[in-house]
Write a protein that binds this ligand. Sequence first.
Ligand code: DUC
Ligand code: ZN
Ligand code: ZN
Length: 460
Amino acid sequence: MSILIKNGRVITADADYTADIFIEGETVKAIGMDLPFNADEIIDASGMLVFPGGIDPHVHLDMPFMGTYSSDNYETGTRAALFGGTTMVIDFILQKQGNTLQAALDEWRLRSDNNCVGDYSFHMAVTDFNDSTKKEIRHFIEDEGITSFKTFMAYKGALMIDDRQMVGLMEEVKKCGGLINVHATNGDMIDYLTQKHRSEGKLSPLYHYLSQPEVTEAEASERFVDMANFTGCPGYIVHLTCEGALNAVRNATRRNQHVFVETCIQYLILDASLYEKDFDGAKWVMSPPLREKKDQETLWAGINQGLVNVVATDHCPFMWEQKKMGEKDFSKIPNGHPAIENRMELLYSEGVAKNRITLNKYVEVACTNPAKIFGMFPQKGTIGIGSDADLVIFDPNEKHILSAKTHHMNVDYSGYEGWEVTGKVKIVLLRGKVAIESNECKIEKGFGKFIKRKKLSQTI
Ligand code: DUC
Ligand code: ZN
Ligand code: ZN
């Protein structure tokens, strides 16, 4: 099967030109003006932008969490991702405390294998680092292609590890050529503030926000950066939200340390005033919480300064009925918000169309850097000869409205209901196959492939 995409404006992290793209099988075979190839299918991309497929390296599908499961499974979640121009996701496996990493991988595979529509990989969350976990790390990096290890400095009593475990894990991961991802917030402080608010009868979603002030994230980010510096282990801070935390990373650059930083689309465009809407605020109960307008400015600037490297989602949807588990107590609201389908269009509309970032920067943070940092470049994350033909054909001018009535995520509300966005994903190709066209998904569950990742480079 071959496809010729004609006359698109091809955008990569470092180039912008008009060309044809010839695809044969799963990969790009040629790029150039007026390519002289016959193809089984021709797509006219005149007036359109052509991006590499988006990569969202932070999603939680079908995940057991806070007494329930996130409501998108591997089929609905990866399909919704494709509708929004994201061709690959990296999901999280959670080790159960007292169990092995292998047991967790086996459990996650039962839910994910043969169920994905789009491509996927896993990070391994280490929630119990001990002598036997230590022996499993090399196998994951070298044999399973799972090269990044997630740690939680919060969720005390459930997922959190202490600094002793963190440093031990960092030493081992560094030795084996992997990377540590971290949820960097101070779990003890958050636990104290949460219990204090509950004992004072302060139970609305607003107190979720007030239990996780900026200092809890700034402090933990600084501690993480220091431990990464001490051990020499490559580090990646997930869902960084605020000025204080970014300053910790900025300070580390003064000693020539680089820590990778991810923010999520919601932290760039939503703010904490949404928690003032009584229980409706539960739609945006996530950890860390939304912050202030000044933090949004810091994060946009951080992208342009090269301090923020990736824009992901932390997609972790729950139906409204599930959110209502915390109607009488904010600490029981399942944490998370749906965005897997909206990330690429929102980032274009709020970032590129509003002149906050360039087109090249857009591709860099939404496609290329996730592929580079997580060991998939140049197979993924760019448009080049030999790369997987994961492509998004995008109309930069079409305006449309986001709504739960029209989205494909398995969740009955939208965090962006009624938002008008400029720019629309029109056609998506995944490994040379048309996956999305005319607002329809053309591929089935099982098409999505597990992508084994390489060891990580420490530079991007
Ligand atoms: N934060 C969330 O909001 N949901 C899932 C896990 C996390 O860290
Ligand atoms: Zn997290
Ligand atoms: Zn997460």
